[in-house]
Design a protein around this ligand. Structure first.
Ligand code: SF4
Length: 172
């Protein structure tokens, strides 16, 4: 994962990056599962300056400002190297607490559809963006309900990640 400093440390940011990275890391904290997922790049930028190179990651997260609120646009299918490709935007932005759930949904599509030899990007190139898009937005109304258990859980995790990050930065 590559993550720019984002709104915690950069005055140009539209949104924070580090708490998002923390929340995604916490969602994927099982090393055996990570090993099984294999080669996948996930980059985060806090604004269109793209210091985190989100646009050329297999999964990219871009912080955007909507009415002074932090939102996150997700791209899928980017890659670097000899076959450099810009990721495709999957649709409307997500709010911070949704992001780990959306990343999990995207990875699950890969796990379900991959053939034994395929990396994430290979599966994406074969099946296209549509299955990823559909899964990312599936159940979104439920996730967006302010009283839903998923949202409360995600908000608690994101808040805790942000506090830990700020403490680490303050103590550095
Ligand atoms: S991408 Fe934007 S927020 Fe992130 S370090 Fe660069 S200028 Fe700052």
């Amino acid at each position: 994962m590559i993550c720019c400093p984002g709104g915690d440390l950069c005055s140009l940011a539209n949104a924070r990056s580090i708490p998002i990275a923390d929340a995604v890391n916490k969602k994927f904290d099982d090393l055996d599962y990570l090993y099984d997922i294999g080669d996948i790049s996930l980059n985060i930028s806090g604004c269109m300056n793209s210091c985190g190179h989100h646009h050329v990651a297999n999964i990219g997260i871009l912080g955007v400002d909507k009415n002074n609120e932090e939102w996150y646009q997700i791209t899928v299918g980017g890659q670097q190297g000899n076959s450099t490709t810009i990721g495709k935007v999957i649709g409307p932005s997500f709010y911070a607490e949704e992001v780990p759930l959306v990343i999990e949904a995207l990875v699950n599509v890969y796990i379900e559809q991959r053939t034994p030899e395929e990396r994430f990007i290979d599966t994406f190139d074969r099946v296209g963006v549509e299955p990823f898009k559909q899964r990312a937005y599936a159940g979104r109304d439920k996730r967006r309900s302010p009283n839903s258990a998923a949202v409360s859980e995600a908000k608690t995790a994101a808040s805790s990640a942000a506090n830990e990050t700020i403490t680490k930065v303050a103590n550095a």
